[in-house]
Design a protein around this ligand. Sequence first.
Ligand code: E4P
Length: 226
Amino acid sequence: MKFFVDTADTKEIRALAETGLLDGVTTNPTLIAKSGRNMLDVIAEICDVVPGPVSAEVAATEFAAIMREAAVLRRIARNVTIKVPLTPDGLRACKALTSDGAMVNVTLCFSAAQALLAAKAGATFVSPFVGRLDDIGHIGMELIGEIVPIFRNYPNLKTEVLVASVRSPLHVIDAARLGAHVATLPPAVLRGLFNHPLTEKGLAQFLADWAKTGQHIAEAQPAAAR
Ligand code: E4P
């Protein structure tokens, strides 16, 4: 499963990229607004740090305007993924852009029917928002459980299911169990995946016992060299 980080905070992205576990980045207009920076500058900086797909969302809603914005965003870097809304104009743009070799992430997907349309439009990724479905009393993850098997029925569909609006490590595990290709995680959720109290407790014990030996591996010499 690929892990993307869902943020426009370049400091966070740099730190997480250092783990070597980051496959891509997603942004949206809300996250760009939160960064307080110019969108094109932020996307360019992210693309420099992360070689994988970096989603940059158009703000236009009408086909010709989406295409104009996409042209600007595509010029930033080769790994820019154009993010378009799941609307008739968005999907028309998706088809045109992917036919022209661009990567496209179709966002704001809330039903299996919508996901199927995105796949038919040649989307590189379709983003079902599980957390926002949970918020209105649906079980968001059930949508992933619908979309993944549908896509599996049609091996010619190359669209990857990108689980978005992720709120907890449990969402990530459930999405992985269901076979989703990608999950985009807020930085705190991605960091949360590392944590387990027994790891911390076990490490503290090992370090305490090691300190008692007085040894230092980096300065140690094997018996043959002594
Ligand atoms: C990612 O592409 C989406 O924009 C994002 O995951 C939405 O998350 P939210 O519902 O927490 O805003």
